[in-house]
Write a protein that binds this ligand. Structure first.
Ligand code: HEM
Length: 399
């Protein structure tokens, strides 16, 4: 099967097609989206760090290489809430925005959160076990990271149910060529989410709490270091990025373990393997399969000339199975020692939340291994339709 992000069979198992690309055409032009697909780890890793490429279409649209306006579908209000976050801007704005929140996500700060993360994970798992199991995605994988990031930002508990649907609608825009109804849903979600956060920031300004939104609202008031749109963009990014991929690593990870029972037994017998297991699960079935970059100057990749003004699609899922970097890459090995997977990206946009994601995943897998030693699959899970964001719709299990 060839690379075809709209074919459900390819989406369910893209890894054979990736192997063909790596072996035969590691840099190839993909007609339907007009992008260059980059399949090898070394090239993906190098391009993520290359300042001759940029992340944001808007940034690029104003770049002399392009000189064109963004497509209407991508204009306000979707852009208003996404472009102002650090992920869609370049230095020096990126440096300023990342610095404002990076203190909250250092390994030391995150380690201090571990007891709280463990308590939430243990509580969710205990209730799940008491019910005899159910949908692991909806009942354990989702609520843990949503609760953690919402608490960090200071989103009241009564409002947390709003976050998931807004985030899901916004994230669908990261799929390739999103259909019109997804674009409309994303615009609606962006409007509602933006209004909600502006109102929350106003409240926190009047009555500050010990949370990130209160801290950011204060920075807005202090002067020219953060605009209100940047505050909203930062919060939307943290709330979305702060859970989407983590949910999917939990689901994809358990699904990988169920299909590799010897590795699951090995992990049960030695929970000390949890840190390497989590890295391996993120490598083996990568939650974010692809990231794009705009080419700002003519470049050469693996002997192929790529002109400025086009987009490259960096295939993370393929890079993570590259035999040039990983021994026996199609084998799940929960004790894999050398694991330079690319799932958190690289370069200036390297995932800010990586330490937090690791703590959440170790605590959630650990809690389930301890409390549900007989956890077993009830039925074959169904993949969500998207290709870029790889995750299960549901994962029904018994305990
Ligand atoms: C950026 C993956 C969890 C916050 C990124 C990028 C990747 C990624 C690949 C870089 C995108 C690019 O270069 O275009 C993941 C995965 C996660 C995860 C696989 C879970 C396993 C989190 C969490 C947070 C978070 C829990 C919590 C705050 C961010 C932010 C950025 C980012 C703020 C933008 C950084 C920047 O532009 O400087 N993430 N992420 N992520 N991630 Fe994560």
């Amino acid at each position: 099967m060839k690379f075809d992000p709209w074919n459900p069979q390819f989406v369910a198992h893209p890894y054979d097609a990736y192997r063909d690309l790596r072996d035969n055409e590691p840099v190839s032009f993909f007609e339907p989206t007009g992008q260059w697909l980059i399949a090898r780890h070394a090239d993906v890793n190098a391009l993520l760090r290359d300042r001759r490429l940029g992340r944001s279409y808007l940034h690029v649209a104003s770049h002399e290489a392009f000189g064109r306006e963004p497509e209407p579908a991508f204009q306000e209000p979707f852009w208003r809430v996404t472009r102002a976050g650090m992920l869609d801007v370049e230095p020096p704005v990126h440096t300023r925005l990342r610095r404002l929140v990076s203190k909250a996500f250092t390994p030391r700060m995150v380690e201090a959160l571990r007891p709280r993360v463990r308590k939430i994970a243990t509580g969710l798992v205990q209730e799940f076990v008491e019910r005899g199991g159910g949908d692991l995605i909806a009942e354990v994988a989702e609520p843990l990271p949503v609760t953690v990031i919402a608490e960090m930002l200071g989103v009241p508990e009564s409002d947390r149910h709003l976050l998931r649907p807004w985030s899901a609608d916004i994230c669908k825009m990261y799929e390739l060529n999103p259909p019109m109804e997804s674009q409309q849903a994303a615009v609606r979600a962006s409007l509602e989410f933006g209004d909600y956060l502006r109102e929350l920031a106003r409240k926190r300004r009047q009555e500050p709490g010990d949370d990130l939104i209160s801290a950011l609202a204060q920075v807005v008031d202090e002067g020219d270091r953060l605009t209100e749109d940047e505050l909203v963009g930062t919060c939307v990014l943290l709330l979305n990025a702060g859970h989407e991929a983590t949910v999917n690593v939990t689901g994809n990870g358990w699904w990988s373990l169920f299909r590799n029972p010897a590795e699951l037994d090995r992990l049960r017998a030695d929970p000390g393997l949890l840190p390497t297991a989590v890295e391996e699960l993120m490598r083996y079935d990568t939650p974010l399969q692809m990231f794009e970059r705009w080419v700002l100057e003519d470049i050469e990749v693996g002997g192929v000339e790529i002109p400025k003004g086009v987009e490259v699609a960096l295939l993370f899922g393929s890079s993570n199975r590259d035999p040039a970097v990983f021994d026996d890459p199609d084998r799940l090995d929960v004790g894999r020692a050398e694991n330079p997977h690319i799932s958190f990206g690289a370069g200036i946009h390297f995932c800010l939340g990586a330490p937090l994601a690791r703590v959440e995943l170790i605590e959630s897998f650990g809690a389930l291994l301890r409390a549900a030693p007989d956890l077993a699959l009830v039925e074959e899970p169904v993949w969500k339709p998207g290709y870029v964001i790889r995750g299960l719709e549901s994962l029904k299990v018994t305990v």
